[in-house]
Write a protein of this length. Structure first.
Length: 301
């Protein structure tokens, strides 16, 4: 097998580049193994790179960067080609559901390369693939603000980007009216925030679906109804711990096929990528994605 590292040099404000000498050193010590490092040069370049490889090439593609880089590689992945993530971004949210150990860069490379492949669930929303979470409402508005302004225009530390954005955007929650169908069951809902989760974490610190499992064949759906800002601020602290699920404003359900029509165009975030739409169609594909789990992994619970 050949190990192909698709590395985004701007992920984590350039932090992902630190993996280059570590990868070279690892394979210098393992001369019998084939590898290649490919540096992305523009938006969606990782997708174009991933599309070049097919199952017959016998490769594993390692997305070196943040959740956006992983999503770009996933979008270009051909059937039968394996994927893995080397966390080098701001939030690294999907990877937290996989492994939350505090490893050195050298330990991380070794753990992932020497890991084992699992077949995990994958989602598709309006034609866009995702491994982790799709959401809309306040959290998607927060992500737009974080990506378009905070990351670009400020020097706020990476681990505080989303918390800061939540404080700035969350003071003005906007109601979204939805006509919603989940596995054939129809609902009419008003909400200010909805997360459809395959993984458990997003936004660096938030845990919308504490029981989500990337191998269980369904999404965990979290919906927040209308509330004032003081109540929202309180629930966001619980949202970061996964203890919000018992709040009266929170509704949890599971499903594999979700269709929603909104009363207006809304921001939608798909594994960190921002879209705007008036309706969304979401489908899970159970155990359809070959993913390389790190050796001796310890997921964050």
């Amino acid at each position: 097998m050949k190990h192909v590292f698709i590395l985004n040099p701007v992920s984590g404000k350039g932090k992902a580049k630190r993996f280059i000498p570590v990868i070279n050193e690892y394979f210098t010590q393992h001369p019998d193994m084939q590898y290649e490092i490919i540096i992305t040069e523009f938006h969606r370049h990782a997708t174009a790179i991933a599309k070049k490889f097919t199952e017959k090439d016998d490769v594993c593609l390692y997305a070196c960067g943040g959740d956006g880089t992983a999503n770009e590689v996933l979008e270009g992945l051909n059937p039968g080609v394996g994927i893995a993530v080397i966390p080098g971004g701001t939030g690294n949210d999907f990877f937290k559901s996989i492994d939350d150990r505090k490893l050195t860069d050298a330990e991380m490379i070794a753990a992932v390369v020497e890991g084992e492949d699992h077949m995990i669930d994958m989602g598709i929303a309006n034609g866009h693939r995702f491994m982790n979470i799709i959401s809309f409402g306040i959290d998607a508005d927060i992500n737009v603000y974080a990506c378009d302004y905070v990351k670009v225009e400020t020097k706020i530390p990476d681990n505080l980007v989303y918390a800061y954005s939540a404080l700035k955007v969350g003071t003005h929650p906007q109601r979204i009216h939805m006509d919603m169908t989940v596995d054939g069951n129809q609902f009419t809902k008003d909400a200010i925030m909805v997360a459809v989760s395959n993984g458990r974490w997003y936004g660096s610190i938030f845990k919308p679906a504490p029981l989500a499992d990337i191998e269980d064949g369904h999404f965990d759906i979290c919906m927040f109804g209308m509330m004032n800002f003081p109540r929202l601020a309180y629930l966001l602290t619980r949202y970061s711990k996964g203890t919000h699920v018992t709040a009266k404003e929170c509704e949890m359900m599971t499903g594999g096929k979700i269709d929603i029509k909104f009363d207006r165009p809304v921001n939608l975030q798909v594994d960190g990528e921002n879209l705007k739409t008036e309706e969304v169609h979401i489908q899970i594909y159970p155990r359809s994605l070959r993913y390389r789990m790190p050796r001796a992994r310890q997921p964050r619970l």
